[in-house]
Design a protein around this ligand. Structure first.
Ligand code: SF4
Length: 111
């Protein structure tokens, strides 16, 4: 299981926690061009990987995602790649698991 990132916001640099996560994780959907247009790119004031008990941070991240221009693509990407942590596309890992059963891998879902 990939290591959970500890900081927030896409910055796509070599120390980007998202990219560290992805380096450790097999990707079925390798297209990450959409990340350039992410509302969260470079943002460090939103926590997308809240710890258990930090439900207020989860709610805050979901609200932040609502008007992101790549929200649907982000969600589809996270589901296709079975990213086990964090808020992606406005949904938690538990919400994403309901869409894609654990025994189905490498399937791109058209949302
Ligand atoms: S939907 Fe949320 S997590 Fe995904 S790119 Fe947009 S702001 Fe970031």
């Amino acid at each position: 299981m990939p290591k959970k990132p500890t900081t927030t916001g896409l910055n796509l640099g070599e120390n980007d926690p998202y990219m560290q996560l992805l380096n450790d994780h097999r990707l079925y959907d390798n297209d990450m061009v959409w990340m350039e247009y992410a509302k969260c790119k470079g943002r460090t004031d939103i926590t997308f990987f809240p710890e258990p008990g930090e439900s207020h941070l989860m709610v805050n991240a979901k609200k932040f995602c609502n008007d992101c221009p790549v929200r649907e693509r982000c969600l589809r990407w996270a589901i296709s790649n079975q990213i086990p942590y964090g808020v992606w596309g406005g949904q938690s890992a538990n919400e994403r698991k309901k869409v894609l059963p654990n025994n189905i891998k490498g399937v791109t879902i058209n949302l």
